[in-house]
Every structure is written in structure tokens, then in C-alpha cells.
Design a protein around this ligand. Structure first.
Ligand code: EPU
Length: 446
């Protein structure tokens, strides 16, 4: 397991370019498997979950090209509905989309139960209910989902919880079903709209994505797709909060401010200045932030995935903040590690009460999941002294070039045993790949 070493107490400044949305990427990779031929995806982030997904679908016969400058080509002509290797399937959450995609294309899927971040119970009953409603026989045997259908037939499905995964998974299975499917009480996250656009670029007829009712008019066949995925609002929220928490001044390029509305509103409420210019935002922290109340909710509410980073900002805010988690039953497992760095947080059930302190101090901590890891990195940037964040693989699952992007904003972050020289080389490579150089000259107002 790798570690990041961070020397903190240093405001971030300058610019950062936000990559493609992780949770869109891990849904469009299986979505393009619904058609024979080569699909072309753009703005795919260079993260571990994409690498894992690519490996999984390669084992099913997909020909996955090299990810270059965000472009990924996938030829699904020789795809077959084999059982993907469990050791890979367990590494990510989004492997559950293989059930929808394989069932849609072949009428058969056998996939092990997914893994992903340990943040409370994460059942997939709503996914299975949807497949059954489309006419599939679905069973759970020895930790595998087996779904089979001679043909899928459109149906009317009401989701008991507005689940992101279930909405997308049912949409994938339904695009090739006979007749019309209506999904009600859908999740409305921006990447649901993104996946629907990708499917529509392949000839699907999905309408209403982004509202709580989606209609899918089944078609007989899909063609390969061409699709550029949306920017990652959680990566953007993470760097916005990092700028705010370090007393920084950072411009985030390649964002959709509309997708960040709840985060921007909360940061403003905490006294952070935000300039919004349509496709970039500038986050300036002039004074100590003020305590606020935060409740996480499905989109357009405050995102649960941005909550752990937000708690770091509130840990150094003036006053007492209250954070309530409205999506998962337990998502405070970063708190024990934050306490080692001097925070004052009391957790009771799904609520955390945070007494703001003036300073954090460096410590040796471990990432227990992706967003917990991101929170610890921000805490390290805020803290006096040196912080070591262990098990950094969790963070690599969802943040591309994280140390390099932070170094480009003046933060002092490196992987353990990474010499100054390699760090500099990687920084240059990152600047080339994510086009930081060009970005800086185009918008030199950072
Ligand atoms: N739920 C059910 N039954 C289901 C599905 C979900 O009860 O069949 C419950 C869950 O237990 C949870 C709530 O519904 O309490 C929401 O779960 P949802 O299905 O919306 O989440 P997910 O699809 O498992 C995705 C993201 C998460 C993100 C959530 C909420 C992916 C791969 N993961 O998870 O991302 O937190 O939506 O927005 O898309 C992350 O990126 O760090 C991450 C955890």
C-alpha cells in the first residue's frame, strides 16, 4: 500500500483543470458494450477505477485501447457474456453495471457482487427489482447475480429509493427491451443525464434523464457511440474545499458550476468568496471560514461524496458546525483519523458536531475509502508539520494525478520514496497530459 507525504500550512493558489466524472466514466464503459463495433469516449479520467473496468471488460472480449489524452476507444464486437473475474469485480462498485449491459445485449449475465467504498450497507435490491420487472429471471447464488431473459419487455418501475446505480443499470437493460419502460423516483444526478446522452448517441431513445421520471423507448439495435463525459463535480468540490480550507485562491477550470450549486452555496455561507464564470470558478478564502450546517442529500442536495472533505474545512472554521449524512448509514469513518490531527468532532449516529479549532497538526493517518482519503489529504494541506496518508490506493481509484495537480497549485505533496527529481518529471508529464500549461496561458487570472 502506498503513502502520500504532505507538508502543510500553505495556501493553495493558481489553477487546476478538472478531469472527467469518475461515476460517469465507470457507467459509460459498460454502456458502450451494448453495441457491436468501436465506440469513442472522451474526457475519460486516468484513475484506477477506469483501469480496473478496462481490465474487467477485456476479460469479456472487449478490445480496449490505450487511454490517451482522455480518449478511450472500445471495440465490443467480440464481447461475450462470460463471468468476469471476481477479484477484479470486487475492487469497484460500478461492476454492477455489467449486469444491465450484458443482460441488455445477450439476455444473460452472471456477475459477482460488487465491492467499492465501505460506507455502510449498499444493497442492490432496486437494480434486481428493475431487471425482474423487465421480464428477467434473477437470482443471487453464492455471491453472484445471475440474470436471464429470452427477451426483455418494457415495464413500469417505481424505485423505492432514488438510487443512482439502479437508475442507470435499469436504463442500460431497458434500451434494447421491447416497448417502453418508465422508471419513476429516479435519481437525478448529472451523470445520469450523461449516461443517457451516451446511450442516445448510440441510437437509444431515453428521455427525461435528470428528472424523477425517465422513459426509455426500446430499440432493436444500437450502433457504437461517440461521447465526451462531463467534468467531475466531486473532484471540483474537493479542490474548491482544499482552496477554502488552506486560505487559498484557486481557479478551477473545466467545471459545470450548475452541478456544484449546493457546494458553492455552502462555501459562500461559510464566508468563502466564489467567482463563477460559466465554465470556471475561482475560490478565494480571505478570512477564517465560519461554521455552517450541512445535510447531505441526493442531487441537487449537498453531495455525500463531498461531505468528508467539507468536514475538514469546518474543523478549522470559527464556531460549531453540524453535519448530517442523509444518504449512507455510516460515512464518518474518516473522523477517527482526523482526530489524530487535532480536530474536535463528535459523531452521534448519522450526525457529526464539529467544534472548529484554530490549527491542525501533521500525523500519520490511513485512508479507509476514496473520499475519506481526499479529506485526509486536505487535512494534511491545512495542518502544521508533516502528514503521512497511508493506503493511498483508495484515493487513486478516483482522483487523477492528485499529487501532481496539488503541486501545480503550490502544495507540497509527494508519494513516499518519490525523489524530488521524479516528482518534478511527473509534474511535467501531468501538466502535458491535462494541459495545465495551455490552461494557465489561456486564463492567467488565477
Ligand atoms: N440503495 C438501496 N437499494 C439499492 C440501491 C441503493 O437501498 O438497490 C440505497 C443505498 O444503500 C444508499 C442509497 O440507496 O443508502 C443511495 O445509493 P445509490 O444506489 O444512489 O449509490 P450507488 O449507486 O451505490 C453511487 C456512486 C457513489 C455515490 C452514490 C450517491 C458510483 C459507482 N458510485 O453509488 O459514489 O456516493 O451514488 O451519489 O456511481 C464515490 O464516488 O465516492 C461514491 C461512493
Amino acid at each position: 500500500m502506498g503513502e502520500l507525504l504532505i507538508r502543510g500550512d500553505n495556501p493553495l493558489s493558481g489553477e487546476v483543470k478538472i478531469g472527467g466524472r469518475k461515476n460517469s466514466a465507470v457507467a459509460v464503459l459498460p454502456a458502450v458494450l451494448l453495441a457491436e463495433g468501436t465506440s469513442r469516449l472522451e474526457n475519460i479520467p486516468a484513475i484506477r477505477d477506469v483501469a480496473t473496468y478496462s481490465r474487467i471488460i477485456s476479460t469479456l472480449g472487449a478490445d480496449v485501447g490505450e487511454l490517451r489524452g482522455g480518449v478511450l476507444k472500445i471495440d465490443a464486437s467480440r464481447l461475450n457474456p462470460d463471468v468476469p473475474p471476481l477479484e477484479l469485480v470486487k475492487q469497484i462498485r460500478a461492476s454492477y453495471y455489467l449486469v444491465g449491459a450484458l443482460l441488455g445485449r445477450f439476455g444473460y449475465a452472471r456477475v459477482g457482487l460488487p465491492g467499492g467504498c465501505e460506507i455502510g450497507q449498499r444493497p442492490i435490491d432496486q437494480h434486481l427489482k428493475g431487471f425482474k420487472s423487465l421480464g428477467a429471471e434473477v437470482s443471487l447464488e453464492h455471491g453472484e447475480v445471475i440474470a436471464e431473459a429470452d427477451k426483455l419487455v418494457g415495464s413500469h418501475i417505481y424505485l423505492d429509493v432514488a438510487s443512482v446505480g439502479a437508475t442507470i443499470n435499469i436504463m442500460m437493460a431497458a434500451v434494447l427491451a421491447e416497448g417502453t419502460t418508465i422508471i419513476e423516483n429516479c435519481a437525478r444526478e448529472p451523470h445520469i443525464v450523461d449516461v443517457a446522452s451516451c446511450l442516445n448517441s448510440m441510437g437509444a431513445r431515453v428521455v427525461g434523464a435528470g428528472t424523477d421520471t425517465i422513459k426509455i423507448h426500446g430499440v432493436e439495435k444500437l450502433k457504437p457511440g461517440e461521447h465526451a463525459i462531463i467534468p467531475d463535480e466531486i473532484e471540483a468540490a474537493t479542490y474548491a474545499i482544499a482552496s477554502a480550507a488552506t486560505g487559498g485562491d484557486v481557479t478551477l477550470q473545466n467545471v459545470v458550476p450548475k452541478h456544484l450549486e449546493s457546494v458553492i452555496a455552502k462555501l459562500r455561507e461559510a464566508g468563502i468568496e466564489i467567482e463563477d464564470n460559466g465554465d470556471w470558478i475561482r475560490v478565494i478564502s480571505r478570512d477564517r471560514p465560519q461554521a455552517v450546517r450541512v445535510k447531505t442529500l441526493p442531487y441537487p442536495g449537498f453531495p455525500t461524496d463531498a461531505m468528508p472533505p467539507m468536514m475538514v474545512l469546518l474543523s478549522v472554521a470559527e464556531g460549531t458546525s453540524v453535519v448530517s449524512e442523509g444518504v449512507y448509514e455510516s460515512r464518518f469513518n474518516h473522523v477517527d483519523e482526523l482526530q489524530r490531527m487535532g480536530t474536535d468532532i463528535e459523531v452521534q449516529g448519522r450526525t457529526a458536531v464539529i467544534e472548529g479549532v484554530e490549527n491542525l497538526y501533521g500525523s500519520s493517518v490511513k485512508a479507509s475509502n476514496l473520499r475519506a482519503g481526499a479529506a485526509l489529504v486536505i487535512a494534511g494541506l491545512v495542518a502544521q508539520g508533516e502528514t503521512e496518508v497511508g493506503d493511498i490506493e483508495h484515493v487513486d481509484r478516483g482522483y487523477e494525478f492528485l499529487p501532481e495537480k496539488i503541486r501545480a497549485m503550490g502544495g507540497d505533496v509527494r508519494r513516499r520514496q518519490q525523489s524530488e527529481e521524479t516528482a518534478a518529471e511527473e509534474g511535467e508529464e501531468c501538466a502535458r497530459v491535462v494541459n495545465l500549461g495551455q490552461m494557465q496561458s489561456a486564463h492567467g487570472n488565477g
